[in-house]
Ligand binder design. Structure first.
Ligand code: ATR
Length: 265
């Protein structure tokens, strides 16, 4: 059976290494394989509809296609509908398409237990999935975003609060969904300043969905370390969403340590 990741671009994705390592570890390779599938948006529908007939059991979907993936599905899980996006497609024998969002469960798996309260930084697609997840898990959620109108609109839509200022000490967790930590030319100070976190102490849990090559620390990781806060990085969330997708497609328990090791290379 074939599986893969649809995105544009996808060359940087850690998913092929991670999923193929899992297939190897469970003796499922080479029958099961996971490929990088670079597909531009205008070819997305046509490509996805061709996959079941080409031996595909399912596919992950990454930026910028997570909305298209939800739209093309015949049915969708509550998580995919709630997050407004899908990252996992599964093809049934009749060619019908089921959409799931394993980013949602993957985030909870990565952090263990949902915090009582959380400040989410950012108001894009990644923020939407995080906010929906935490809200469903019972957390009191506030959104802060550089462009305040986006935070207000998302807060109203998801029935959570918008925060006018960044006051991390008022929350149990801070979760960064912005792309700020990706910019390696920004100093830690400038990156933290862009998020209003400079001169602020970290709460007990800090999550940064961003991750850097080789697992190099992000500015938020340094910030968390200064306060001895627990830190969960984007690679752990990636591993956990991948593990859930693996289980959906294969019905087998994912070899987490193998997947983590392959993702972190
Ligand atoms: P995604 O769907 O992956 O979340 P996105 O919709 O482009 O991506 O959102 C990126 C997020 O990072 C936004 O919240 C963006 O803030 P704006 O809405 O104000 O653009 C945030 N972001 C990106 N660069 C930033 C920076 N230099 N400082 C602060 N926030 C930034």
């Amino acid at each position: 059976m074939l599986t893969g990741v649809l995105g544009y671009p996808v060359a940087h994705s850690r998913s092929p290494a991670m999923q193929n390592a899992a297939f190897e570890a469970l003796g499922m390779a080479p029958d099961w394989r996971y490929l990088a599938l670079p597909v531009p948006g205008d070819l997305f529908d046509e490509t996805v509809r061709a996959l079941p007939g080409s031996g595909y059991r399912g596919a992950n979907v990454t930026i910028p296609h997570k909305l298209l993936a939800l739209a093309i599905a015949d049915d969708a899980s509550d998580a995919a509908r709630g997050a407004g996006a899908a990252n996992t497609l599964t093809f049934a024998g009749d060619g019908s398409i089921h959409a799931d969002n394993t980013d949602v469960g993957g985030l909870l798996d990565a952090i263990g237990e949902a915090p009582g309260s959380a400040l989410v930084l950012g108001a894009g697609g990644a923020a939407r999935a995080v906010i929906w997840t935490l809200r469903e898990a019972g957390a009191d959620v506030a959104i802060w975003n550089r462009t305040a109108e986006r935070a207000a609109a998302l807060a109203a839509e998801l029935d959570v609060r918008a925060a006018a200022t960044v006051e991390p000490e008022r929350f149990e967790a801070v979760i960064n969904t912005t792309s700020v930590g990706l910019v390696t030319t920004l100093s830690d100070e400038s990156a933290l300043a862009a998020l209003g976190l400079e001169d602020r102490a970290a709460p007990s849990l800090v999550v940064d969905l961003v991750y850097r090559g080789g697992g190099a620390p992000t500015p938020l990781q340094h910030w968390a370390n200064q306060a001895n806060a627990r830190f969960v990085d984007g690679l752990e969330v990636l591993v956990r969403q991948g593990a859930r997708s693996f289980e959906i497609w294969t019905g087998k328990e994912p070899p987490l340590d193998v997947m983590r090791e392959a993702a972190r290379v």
